[in-house]
Design a protein around this ligand. Structure first.
Ligand code: EPU
Length: 421
């Protein structure tokens, strides 16, 4: 297993480029199951999660390969296997997004029920509620969800849950509805940019979807989808992470391929802290040169502050001049980073879904452990500014969502070494 040795205290300066979005690419890759012909996906990042889904898609009869240009080419070759096994689903929960496409195209799906993970329970009741409304029979057999339907029929589906809508649930129902008979209306749909990107890809393949990006998505079923070429949107979570990396080191960098319109809540909070964020011709300039102001942050569904940046902004607020409050409203248990940041000298106190952050003058390097993708990113950020050396073990969690993060940060002045544990 790899670990990172990070020597803190270097200011990040220069330019950084955001990669294509992991969370947009994964459902779009799964959606290729619905299509006849070839899909060419551009801008798919080279990440462990993408490899895992390629592996699963291959098991499901989809030829998934990178071509010489680095584009991902996907083509269904064999529709016999409809079983997404526990071994892969447990490694990557996003594997559940093959459920809707398998059901719609092959009339059946057998998908291992994903267990919980370090960010919480992660139920799929809303996915199943939506697919049932379209006519699926659903049964749990030996830990696998079995779904069957002779024919899917359009229906009105409500996807609001106790923590808001569901991103992958909306994706699953939307994908299934593209090949259902008649019209489906998803009320309480997730509005995240990744859902819009999926709908745009499906429409390019011949689907008839309107309303993506709002809480009411309407899908008119069609009899067949063809392949298409699509470029995935830039990764807004990676962009936000890079912005915070620059801010936490009091750096100054231009971040390109960054959709600021997808990051309005994040930019709002960074400006409240005192970070300068400015749109420039070649990207978004982020700089910070003074002690940070304390703020409150509440995670919410899009366009609110994303849960996927909660850990990273916590690392930043550890160094603010006063007390900040962070409230997690999407995954109330997503706080594995709290104890690790405290090991580095942070003063964090968790009270249910709220963390009180007492700002400190400095963080200090320590051995810490990565245990979930975004929590690990927060540890890297903290280590960039900590005094001395931080050793982060189990960095495979980071590799799931950030491509070669150490090389990219080193190129703007960081000091990160990847070594074997
Ligand atoms: N929920 C239910 N029932 C369901 C589904 C979800 O109650 O059937 C609850 C969840 O427990 C949570 C809330 O609804 O409290 C939102 O969960 P959602 O379903 O939206 O999460 P997801 O679709 O499984 C995606 C991202 C996550 C991101 C969340 C929230 C992908 C592959 N994953 O997960 O990304 O945190 O949306 O924005 O798109 C990450 O990239 O690190 C990551 C975890």
């Amino acid at each position: 297993m790899d670990q990172f040795l990070i020597n803190g205290g270097q200011r990040l300066r220069g330019s950084l480029t955001v990669n294509g979005s992991k969370n947009a690419a994964l459902p779009i890759m799964a959606a290729s199951i619905l299509t006849e012909g070839e899909t060419v996906l551009k801008g798919v990042p080279n990440l462990d999660d993408v490899q895992t889904l390629c592996h699963l898609l291959k098991q499901l009869g989809v030829n998934a390969t990178r071509d010489a240009e680095g584009d991902l080419r996907l083509k269904v070759e064999d529709e016999m296997n409809c079983h997404a096994e526990y071994d892969l689903v447990r490694r990557m929960r996003a594997s559940v997004c093959v459920m809707g496409p398998l059901l719609a195209k092959r009339r059946q799906a057998r998908v291992a029920l994903p267990g919980g993970c370090n960010i919480g329970d992660r139920p799929v009741n809303l996915h199943l509620q939506g697919l049932k409304a379209l006519g699926a029979d659903v049964e749990l057999v030996s830990g696998d969800i079995h779904l069957k339907a002779k024919k899917l029929r359009g229906a009105e589906v409500f996807l609001g849950g106790p923590f808001g809508s569901t991103v992958l649930g909306t994706a699953n129902v939307m994908m299934a509805a593209t090949l259902a008979e008649g019209a489906t209306v998803i009320e309480g749909a997730a509005c995240e940019p990744e859902v819009i990107d999926l709908a745009d890809y499906l429409n390019a393949c011949g689907a008839r979807i309107i309303g993506q990006g709002t809480t009411r998505i309407k899908i008119e079923g069609v009899s067949e989808l063809h392949g298409s070429e699509h470029t995935v949107i830039p990764d807004r979570i990676e962009a936000g992470t890079l912005m915070i990396a620059v801010a936490i080191t009091n750096g100054d960098a231009v971040i390109s391929n960054c959709r600021v319109d997808h990051l309005l809540a994040v930019v709002d909070r960074l400006r409240a802290v005192g970070v300068i964020v400015e749109k420039k011709a070649d990207g978004t300039q982020v700089s910070s040169s003074r002690r940070l102001e304390p703020i409150t942050v509440t995670t919410q569904p899009y366009p609110g502050f994303p849960t996927d940046l909660q850990a990273q902004i916590m690392a930043l607020l550890c160094l603010a001049d006063g007390n900040s409050i962070i409230t997690e409203k999407i995954f109330p248990d997503r706080f594995v980073h709290v104890a690790e940041l405290n090991r580095m000298g942070a003063k964090l106190r968790k009270e249910g879904p709220v963390v009180l952050v007492e700002g400190v003058k400095r963080l200090v390097g320590a051995p810490v452990m990565a245990s979930d993708l975004r929590a690990s990113a927060a540890l890297v950020l903290a280590a960039l500014i900590a005094k001395g050396q931080t050793r982060i073990s189990r960095v495979y969690h980071i590799d799931r969502g950030y491509e070669s993060i150490e090389k990219r940060l080193n190129a703007v002045g960081a000091d990160i070494k990847r070594v074997q544990e």
